[in-house]
Design a protein. Structure first.
Length: 468
């Protein structure tokens, strides 16, 4: 068989790329088998195109990452940084002919300082592993995405991820004190600090958090820690309507309470979790609110919160008796997205965030959208900070249902903006929400963001096609 000139040229380019990469990387770190590289092509998002990578590299050192970026710059080859690929926006999806730069082998916790209350880590450290490591020193790393047992710190930084604890402890960006970043041309830059305070110059650290690998590759992070709190206790409150549950959320926040989590599951989600895990959650409820406190006297705090729920119309309020029962309720919440995926086989998971005061309007609006498109849409939410996850369940093998799923997804984002919210609270923009980012930030904002991209990545090789 005679190759076309285009195929021959492609093979020559790939061969040159691989040869140069092998000049600074061990052979086992450079993957070229198409069956293997294909498995690195995309993250967990639906409806996001992914290209075919030319090669996958798995560096173990900063110097190896620098070599990859120098090589890619010299050959004008795109580079797509990746973590565990648990993302939900297509931000880690490969582009045709790219180098996939998987950072999962850089997985060392380099330092834990109880005095300075910091940890220094490589980007491939798994979130839950870090949490367990600092807990041995009486410390706590709060950000806890639902995928915390598999997602990596580098990926969390890239998407500015959140989690269940955000209502009290905030998101990933609030714990990233400093970064070591390899720029597109291979230079190494350090940002931020190790100190409790620091305001020297522009805050480039925050600029990289949430940049989805489009400005540089994070190879080391200085993370802030907190003292380990007491074990939390959880309360479950049942409501006859989503509006009543949202009223309870508003009462709790207006009353000055600071729960360690405040989560909402609608009836569709509760039933899906029961179908998947047989957990015995109350299926007669329209909305289930989970609240927790990790204070010295959580029982008293839960009692006060329970009274507010009853005032808002809760049909039943059940505080957990102990940590084991609390963990069971949290397990149900963490299973929500997996359970909803089992409803129809595929999901589109939105993450619009609205002001807490408009949470009820968002939930009611999603119910109307589900009826309009004749789809099952479950809603699970970080209710305490207004970050909702309307999850569209659909049969990917049905073209009509897939089309309606995409249309309903877009309509939910439009609703979020109408309510004064944002298109993404923690999942990022990636490929999935590029059009909507432009709508949210406007033409001037888009121009400024593109200008920033040009400064850090003049050749446009870092994660091209993402964000905008």
């Amino acid at each position: 068989m005679i190759m076309s000139r285009m195929e021959a040229s492609h093979d020559e380019t790939t061969g040159l790329l691989v040869d140069r990469l092998l000049g600074g990387l061990p052979a086992e770190a450079v993957l070229t088998d198409p069956d293997v590289t294909a498995s690195y092509a995309h993250d967990m998002a639906s409806f996001c195109p992914a290209g075919t990578p030319a090669v996958v590299v798995l560096p173990r050192t900063v110097e190896q990452v620098q070599h990859v970026l120098r090589t890619a710059s010299a050959l004008r080859v795109p580079v797509v940084p990746q973590g565990a690929r648990t993302g939900l926006s297509g931000a880690a999806n490969a582009s045709d002919g790219c180098v996939v730069l998987s950072l999962t082998k850089m997985d060392r916790v380099l330092e834990i300082s109880p005095v300075d209350r910091i940890a220094v880590v490589e980007p491939g450290v798994v979130n839950a592993d870090l949490a367990r490591a600092v807990a041995e020193h009486g410390l706590y790393y709060p950000p806890d995405p639902s995928s915390w047992e598999t997602c990596t710190i580098g990926g969390n930084i890239g998407t500015a991820s959140g989690g269940l604890c955000c209502v009290k402890y905030g998101v990933t960006a609030e714990y990233v004190l400093g970064l070591d970043v390899v720029l597109a041309d291979g230079r190494l830059m350090s940002t931020g600090r190790r100190t409790a305070k620091g305001v020297a110059g522009y805050d480039l650290t925050r600029l990289f958090v949430g940049s989805e690998g489009s400005l540089g590759v994070v190879v080391r992070a200085v993370l802030g820690l907190r003292p380990k709190p007491p074990r939390q206790l959880v309360l479950a409150a049942e409501f006859a309507s989503g509006a009543a549950a949202c009223d309870a959320v508003c009462r709790i926040m207006a009353g000055g309470h600071v729960p360690s989590l405040l989560e909402l599951m609608d009836r569709t989600t509760v039933r899906a979790v029961n179908d998947l895990a047989h957990m015995g959650l109350p299926e007669t409820t329209e909305a289930l609110l989970l609240a927790a406190f990790d204070t010295p006297d959580p029982a008293a705090d839960l009692a006060a919160l329970g009274a507010l729920c009853e005032a808002a119309g809760a049909t039943e309020v059940v505080p957990a008796d102990d940590a084991a029962e609390s963990e069971l309720l949290l397990k149900a919440r963490r299973l929500s997205l997996t359970a909803l995926e089992a409803v129809r086989g595929a999901t589109m998971i939105d993450d619009v965030c609205v002001p807490r005061s408009r949470l009820g309007d968002l939930i009611d609006g999603v119910a109307g959208i589900a009826e309009k498109y004749q789809l099952t849409i479950g809603v699970v939410a970080h209710a305490g900070d207004g970050n909702t996850h309307p999850t569209v369940c659909f049969d990917a093998a049905d073209p009509g249902e897939s089309r309606r799923a995409r249309e309903s997804f877009d309509e939910i984002m439009a609703l979020g903006l109408e309510l004064g919210g944002t298109i993404t609270g923690e999942h990022g923009v990636g490929v999935l929400k590029k059009e909507w980012l432009a709508r949210e930030i406007g033409p001037v904002g888009l121009e400024m963001q593109r200008a920033v991209k040009q400064v850090f990545d003049p050749l446009g090789i870092l994660n091209p096609g993402k964000l905008f």
